[in-house]
Design a protein around this ligand. Structure first.
Ligand code: PEP
Length: 249
């Protein structure tokens, strides 16, 4: 079964290091039937175009502005990354929701901007430990899905990947259990069914992210309720990331 394997560099590495990374990754994953996507920092995207363009590896950014263009000093637009050949953008990562106070309203606007510019969106959702402990995780994720996808047309969901990334599992070494992942995946599909249709729920792409690495990726990827994984820290090692990206089911 084809899976989607997405790497999020976060704010790591410098552009010159990415050249070797990209060339190695393209070579190592050649022939895999999985979809491999790498999201380095903005500064690396021109190297991504040079060294991944024409390969089977897709690439994207970790954020975009909600605005199209104009007086937004320091921001990067959807068109800019598109011009560099990016096909994906991560939107609503918990780092941005938490540290940069991105609201669901802003995330919704960013998703619309990305889709209008022909980009595919990796929408991150997921609860904090406090929310989980108060047994509100499902309601919380449902509301994120509703607010973030408000006004999106059903046919646009083809270009949306939902990444369930419980905050307590990101960068902590404590991945969610198979049961947690299956349950939340079911909740997400049900919510997509309520907001869109049964067909949309069946077709939506859902991935899991949170401490996926070389020790647990096989087990996590073999969970039939998800279509792939979003890998943070562990994607920085190109050998490990390639190995995980090549896994077949
Ligand atoms: C992430 O930052 O999206 C992530 C999943 O990180 P990690 O794999 O390091 O937990």
């Amino acid at each position: 079964m084809k899976k989607i394997i997405i790497g999020n560099f976060k704010m790591n590495t410098v552009p010159s290091e990415f050249k070797t990374y990209a060339m190695t990754l393209a070579t190592k994953v050649r022939g895999t039937k999985n979809e491999v996507v790498v999201c380095p920092p903005f500064t690396h995207l021109s190297f991504a175009k040079e060294f991944l363009g024409g390969s089977s590896v897709a690439y994207g950014a970790q954020n975009i502005s909600a605005e199209e263009n104009g007086a937004f000093t320091g921001e990067i637009s959807a068109k800019m990354i598109k011009d560099l050949g990016a096909t994906y953008v991560i939107i609503g990562h918990s780092d941005r929701r938490g540290m940069y106070k991105e609201s669901d309203k802003t995330i919704n606007k960013k998703i619309k901007t990305a889709l209008a510019n022909g980009l595919k969106v990796v929408l991150c959702v997921g609860e904090s430990l406090q929310i989980r402990e108060s047994k509100q995780a499902q309601n919380f994720v449902r509301k994120q899905i509703d607010d973030d996808l408000k006004g999106i047309y059903e046919n646009e969901l083809e270009s949306v990947v939902i990444a369930y990334e419980p905050i307590w599992a990101i960068g902590t070494g404590k991945n969610a259990t198979d049961k947690d992942i299956s349950k939340m995946s079911e909740v997400i599909r049900k919510e997509i069914e309520t907001q869109f249709s049964a067909k949309a729920a069946q077709n939506i792409t859902i991935v899991y992210g949170g401490s996926v690495g070389i020790k647990n990726y096989k087990k996590i990827l073999s969970n039939p309720s998800i279509d792939g994984v979003l890998i943070g820290s562990a994607c920085l090692d190109v050998d490990d990331f390639s190995l995980m990206a090549r896994e077949t089911y």
